[in-house]
Design a protein around this ligand. Structure first.
Ligand code: IPM
Ligand code: MG
Length: 378
């Protein structure tokens, strides 16, 4: 799989010799074991193609909130902006760490996505050979990317809604500028891909509820405007409820999907169920400055420290990070190792989508593959 990164300058010149500067945010629950696994894979893959990475741990999440009263201190966010080429972040949040209003206090979306203006939440969905899922689809029949707007929409209201004793409102706000830049991102991405698996057509699908809400009608209007500059890309529209249906019933139709923040959050979990679960789903939070990469799942505190969590979403997020930083060869090494180990049956998931053998065994399998084939896979 490739992770095209359209229209945004890579943080790093591919020709540079200095080590890639990566901040690691270990996160909560299963986060530390996943980030440890992915950092080892990232280092091994880079080394196999003669490139160096240098890691620095930075704090963030529910444990940081418990210690400091904020999920990420302002100086940490500032360091992320200025001192690193990219960030590899684990899942964050703990159920008992909450604000008085009931919302979780350890989450970082409102701080990092907004603070870094990482406006594109890029979520590739691919069913790999060897992965079994509750709904039967042929391997490689599912290969699309959800491009979720990351800085506005319903989640812009975090902590800002109108609250009285008996009523609470959260507003969904979309701006022309925000809609235009995410739609352009989606079309540029489609140009770099190979079209939908079903028919090979390069296509961007706009997902909204413009039949009900004016904010979504604006999203669709801007999408249609932006589409005019991309006559080479097919376009279509789905209401979000129908999109949920079609992601399960006819996923090979999709190539790139662009949608609002909240809808993208929901639909990316629907898609995840069709490709082996959230443990198979990496993501990038990408903007014009430093970008960060994380699994799309939560911190699963009930699984923490038991060596049971699937590290592949975190490992594949590391591959996206390398790609974003112009280090395609390292990214391909990781991709190939994961894909081949799953296809050969060396690595597999239980029906509950946890990895057979556990987190550490999966990590070692990927590392062994990288050490055997190394740069030859790139
Ligand atoms: C995601 C997650 C987060 C989100 C949660 C943990 C706040 O579900 O990245 O999809 O809603 O964005
Ligand atoms: Mg989510």
């Amino acid at each position: 799989m490739t992770f095209p990164d359209p229209g945004l300058s890579p943080a790093t010149d591919p020709a540079r010799r200095e080590p890639l500067r990566v901040a690691l945010i270990a996160g909560d629950g299963i986060g530390p074991e996943l980030v440890d696994s992915a950092a080892r894979v990232l280092a091994a893959a880079s080394q196999s193609v003669g490139e160096d990475v240098c890691f620095t741990e930075e704090p963030g999440g529910a444990s940081t909130y418990e210690e400091t009263g904020v999920a990420m201190p302002a100086e940490v966010l500032q360091r992320l902006r200025t001192c690193y080429d990219a960030v590899l972040k684990g899942p964050v949040g703990l159920p008992h760490v909450r604000h008085a209003d009931g919302t979780e206090a350890g989450l970082l979306g409102g701080i990092m996505r907004t603070g870094l203006d990482a406006f594109a939440n890029v979520r590739p969905m691919r069913l790999r050979p060897g992965v079994h899922t509750p709904v039967r689809h042929a391997p490689n029949d599912i290969d699309y990317v959800i491009v979720r707007e990351n800085t506005e929409g319903l989640y812009l209201s975090r902590g800002l809604g109108v609250v009285t004793r008996d009523a609470v409102s959260d507003q969904l706000m979309l701006t022309r500028r925000g809609c235009a830049r995410i739609c352009r991102y989606a079309f540029e991405l489609a140009r770099q891909r190979h079209g939908a698996p079903g028919d090979g057509v390069r296509r961007v699908t706009c997902v909204d509820k413009s039949n009900v809400l004016r904010s979504y009608a604006l999203f669709r209007e801007v999408f249609d405007d932006v589409a005019e500059a991309y006559p080479d890309i097919d376009t279509d529209h789905r209401y979000a409820d129908a999109a949920g249906h079609d992601l399960v019933a006819n996923p090979s139709h999709f190539d790139v999907i662009v949608t609002e923040n909240f809808l993208g959050d929901l639909l990316s979990d629907v898609g995840a169920a069709t490709v082996g679960g959230l443990g198979m789903c990496p993501s990038g939070n990408i903007g014009d400055g430093v970008s960060y990469f994380e699994p799309t799942h939560g911190s699963a505190p009930g699984l923490a420290g038991q060596d049971r969590a699937n590290p592949l979403s975190q490992i594949l997020s590391a591959a996206m990070l390398l790609h974003h930083c112009g280090r395609d060869r390292g990214a391909q090494v990781i991709e190939r190792a994961v894909t081949d180990a799953l296809a050969s049956g060396e690595m597999s998931l239980t029906p509950h989508q946890t990895p057979v053998g556990g987190t550490e065994q999966v990590t070692r399998t990927v590392l062994d593959r990288i050490n055997q084939t190394g740069g030859n896979a790139a």
